[in-house]
Design a binder for this molecule. Structure first.
Ligand SMILES: [Zn+2]
Length: 295
C-alpha cells in the first residue's frame, strides 16, 4: 500500500499530537465501537492482552475499548484516512475488492478492507515503519466499521448518509446514522437501562447461547484468493440491501424497522469483536488459530 506509506510522515506527526488527548467527538457510533472492542478484549489470550495494553495510549488506561473511536476523532486532522472507514458498492449487494476498494479519487486499496489488511500486516512485521499504537487503533476501529452494513452501502447515497429519515417521528437523522447510532441508543434505552455494559453482557450471553454453534466458525475465512476482510465486507454489502428496504428518503422509521435492524446490529457487533480478537491473538501470541486456518 504505497499511498499510505507515503503519508506516513504526516500521519506520525498528527497522531503524536492527537494521541496525547482523549477523543472528544461522539461519533458504528462511539457505542458500537466500544462494544465491538469490549467483546474482543474478552477473547484475547493473556499474551495478546498484555501486548495490546503495552501499545495503548496512556489516556485509554489499559482499556482497548476506550480507544477504539480514536480514528473517528482524528478523521478531520487526517483527511487521507476518510475513505479507509468504508467500502461502498454500486448497490448490487456484493463487494468486489478490485472494483470497490478505492478512495474517492480512485486511489487503489484506500477502503476499509485495504485498511484492515494494511494495519494487520504492519502489526505482524516488527520492522514496519508504521506507528504500532496507531496501527492497533486503526485496525480495531476498522474491524467495527466493516461490520456495520451501511459502511458497505451504496456509493450513490454515501452509504445512506444522504437518505434523510425521521426516527420515531422525533429525531431527524439519516440512514447511515440510524445504523451507527439510533438503533443502538434506542435498544440501550429500552432494554439495557442506558448502560453499555449491560448491552455488552447481553451480546456476550447470545455468544454462549443463540450463536454458540456458529461462533467458532466466524473467524474462519482464508481462501487462496481473498483475505478475511474481503469476507466481512461481502457480508455487510449483502446486509445493506435489505437495510434500504422501507427506508426511503423522507420516511419515518420506528418499531417495524428497529426490530428488523436490532438483531443484525447485535450480531455484527459480536462478529466484529470475535474476529478482532482472533486477528490480535494471531498477531501477538503467534497463535495460529485453527479456526482461522480451517475452511
Ligand atoms: Zn469509522
Amino acid at each position: 500500500m504505497g499511498f499510505l506509506r507515503l503519508l506516513q510522515a504526516v500521519l506520525l506527526a498528527a497522531a503524536a499530537a492527537a494521541a496525547a488527548r482523549a477523543p472528544a467527538a461522539r461519533a458504528w457510533g462511539e457505542e458500537g465501537h466500544y462494544m465491538t472492542c469490549k467483546i474482543a478484549e474478552g477473547f484475547l489470550t493473556g499474551e495478546a492482552s498484555a501486548a495490546v495494553k503495552g501499545l495503548l495510549p496512556e489516556w485509554a488506561v489499559g482499556e482497548l475499548a476506550a480507544a477504539c473511536s480514536w480514528p473517528d476523532a482524528v478523521r478531520r486532522q487526517m483527511p487521507w484516512s476518510g475513505s479507509l472507514h468504508f467500502a461502498d458498492t454500486p448497490g448490487d449487494c456484493k463487494f468486489s475488492y478490485a472494483r470497490d476498494c478505492h478512495g474517492t479519487k480512485g486511489e487503489k486499496d484506500m477502503c476499509v478492507v485495504g485498511g484492515i489488511n494494511n494495519y494487520t500486516a504492519a502489526l505482524q512485521d516488527s520492522s514496519s515503519p508504521y506507528n504500532r499504537t496507531e496501527s492497533l487503533l486503526f485496525l480495531s476501529h476498522f474491524l467495527g466499521d466493516i461490520h456495520q452494513p451501511m459502511h458497505c452501502g451504496r456509493t450513490a447515497d454515501l452509504g445512506g448518509n444522504t437518505i434523510v429519515v425521521t426516527w420515531y417521528n422525533t429525531t431527524k437523522t439519516n440512514l447511515h446514522k440510524v445504523w451507527n447510532v439510533n438503533v443502538i441508543e434506542t435498544a440501550m434505552n429500552r432494554f439495557y437501562k442506558d448502560d453499555m455494559s449491560t448491552m455488552v453482557n447481553a451480546i456476550k450471553h447470545n455468544l454462549t447461547n443463540e450463536w454458540c454453534r456458529e461462533e467458532n466458525q466466524w473467524a474462519a475465512c482464508y481462501t487462496p484468493t481473498t483475505t478475511c476482510a474481503d469476507k466481512y465486507a461481502e457480508e455487510s454489502a449483502e446486509l445493506s440491501c435489505p437495510a434500504y428496504v422501507g427506508a426511503d428518503h423522507g420516511s419515518n422509521l420506528e418499531d417495524e424497522y428497529f426490530f428488523k435492524a436490532l438483531p443484525v446490529v447485535q450480531k455484527r457487533i459480536a462478529q466484529g469483536g470475535v474476529r478482532l480478537a482472533a486477528i490480535l491473538n494471531r498477531i501477538f501470541s503467534g497463535k495460529n488459530d485453527d479456526r482461522i486456518q480451517s475452511s
